[in-house]
Ligand binder design. Structure first.
Ligand code: NAD
Length: 491
């Protein structure tokens, strides 16, 4: 061990400006240390309802915080995140088994996300519309502005609990809304620590509350008529349940994927293999855009597979608290066991496992599986674990079709020097984003991110989230034209 984990962190609920304890508690056992690292205080239905009522009453208070003041809070919070990066990374390692280097990387992104949200808070405005361009509009002026949507519910998954919370809460606050956060049961302490930091930075208590718990707590929030928008990140199945429960509310669903990366014959094979190894196994492959399916042109297949296997063997596996560790553990034994079963099934059906394939509790050795059956769970479902599969293709036209057979469509990667192919893939691949000369696993927090098909709806990143967290309100002035065209024949 790099150091001892210390006393478990109490992760309370934050309701109506007070940190609340609960008799109903859930211990979080760190998947690597196998010790209790945090204790979530679970909200009962009465506490959830109290949070909903308080958020609803707080709408006007939060709206009245000026965009300049909202931006200043978020910028101060970003500075605090920079100062506390290592403490957060340590907590991420303890609660999730996430290597400390990945945790630091996540916190660098949290600070970016907060600063980008601050910048967007300053840009919220409206439009004067060209009403006089149509006969019935002559003699009128129409203007719009973006008003806060109302109470926002933010439900986050375990794999990037700090940055995904930052995306939801910061953009919602930037837009002037009260937010209720429902953190993942696997990372209650990281989540409350980030909320506490935002309060320290000056976020008013009316703007944020936290209710701990699982699907029942999330579901009660989504069902409430007091809620105007739900921003959910998690699995496709849970996202579908959220959509059913929420009904006609603003919905942003950031769901799962089985991301494909295509390596063409003109690619830099060594670079593609090195990047695939690094981004297929960061956080043990537990990222929605982690490299899962690598389609390699048949002419470079053997060289790529060899280089990839060597690079994966070179990854440092071990204690997530050690600075040099590349791969710590998966989130829990069940998740690692599911992926191990899928690997064994693929191997039994004829695939070749070129490295890994073994498991100790939540620690799954980084695994490369070559040429599994296209119908294997490892290809068709979301693996969300320390495994990548390598598949052979012959024509670019075919590989695009094969990629599109997935029920998911979040992001894809493409290694090629051929610009015509880049445009063709950008147009034809059924995904929300394409990364060229990189794998699927790359995200900038200020560009739109999100999926199609079962990977979700909406685009997360502050500018686009603010569209979802605001409503366009129109003002129509009859007989008062900013265009000077005083007479209207319209009725
Ligand atoms: P999960 O679906 O099990 O849980 C996500 C969150 O939803 C948790 O807070 C959970 O308590 C809550 N929840 C579960 N069922 C619910 C319900 N019926 N109503 C309301 N809330 C409910 O997901 P997870 O295992 O924590 O995270 C992994 C999943 O998240 C993967 O599928 C991954 O691809 C996806 N993910 C997507 C993105 C993205 O941006 N598209 C980013 C990260 C993770």
């Amino acid at each position: 061990m790099a150091d001892e984990p210390g006393e478990p962190v109490e992760a309370r609920c934050l309701v109506a400006g007070e940190w609340r304890t609960s008799r109903d508690r859930a211990e979080r056992v760190g998947p690597y240390t196998r010790r209790v690292v945090s204790v979530g205080h679970l909200a009962d239905p009465a506490m959830v309802d109290e949070a909903l009522a308080y958020a609803h009453r707080s709408r006007a208070t939060v709206e009245r915080v000026s965009p300049a003041a909202r931006a200043a809070v978020l910028e101060r919070a970003a500075d605090l995140v920079d100062a506390q990066r290592d403490e957060f990374a340590r907590l991420l390692a303890l609660e999730l088994g996430k290597p400390i280097k990945d945790g630091r990387g996540e916190m660098v992104r949290v600070a970016d996300t907060l600063r980008v949200s601050a910048a967007e808070a300053r840009r919220i405005g409206g439009e004067v519309l060209p009403t006089a361009g149509w006969e019935r509009g002559v003699g009128t002026t129409a203007m719009t502005y973006r008003a806060p949507v109302g109470v926002v519910v933010a439900i986050t998954p375990f794999n990037a609990p700090a940055n995904l919370l930052a995306h939801k809460l910061a953009a919602s606050f930037a837009a002037g809304n009260p937010t209720i956060v429902k953190p993942p049961p696997q990372a209650p302490a990281v989540s409350v620590r980030l909320v506490a930091l935002l309060l320290d930075a000056g976020m008013p208590p009316e703007a944020v509350q936290v209710v701990q718990g699982g699907a029942e707590v999330g579901s009660r929030l989504c069902a409430s008529p007091l809620v105007s928008a739900v921003s959910f990140t998690g699995s496709a199945g849970a996202g579908a349940a959220v959509a059913r429960t929420a009904g006609p509310k603003r919905l942003v669903l950031e769901l799962g994927g089985n991301a494909a990366t295509i390596v063409c014959e003109d690619a830099d094979i060594e670079a593609a293999a090195a990047m695939s190894a690094a981004t297929g196994f960061s956080n043990s492959g537990q990222s929605c855009i982690s490299v899962q399916r690598i389609y390699v042109h048949t002419s470079v297949f053997d060289g790529f597979t060899e280089a990839l296997t060597a690079a994966v063997r070179g990854l440092r596996v071990g204690d997530p608290l050690e600075a040099a560790t590349d791969v710590g553990s998966m989130v829990d034994d069940q998740a690692a066991s599911r992926v191990e079963t899928w690997i064994k099934e693929a191997a039994a059906a004829g695939a070749t496992v070129t490295c890994g394939g073994t498991r100790d509790g939540a620690r799954l050795a980084p695994t490369v599986v070559c040429e599994p059956d296209p119908g294997a769970a490892l290809v068709a479902e979301e693996a969300f674990g320390a495994v990548v599969v390598v598949l052979r293709y012959e024509s670019f036209d075919d590989v695009v079709e094969v990629c599109n057979q997935s029920r998911f469509g979040l992001q894809a990667g493409l290694f090629t020097q051929n610009l015509a192919r880049v445009f063709e893939a950008w147009r034809r691949l059924e995904v929300g984003g394409l990364v060229v000369n990189g794998t699927s696993n790359f995200r900038l927090d200020h560009v739109p991110f999100g999926g199609v098909k079962d990977s979700g709806i909406g685009r997360e990143s502050p500018r686009w989230m603010i569209d979802d967290y605001t409503v366009t309100k129109t003002l129509l002035l009859r007989g008062m034209s900013i265009w000077g065209d005083e007479t209207s024949s319209g009725m």
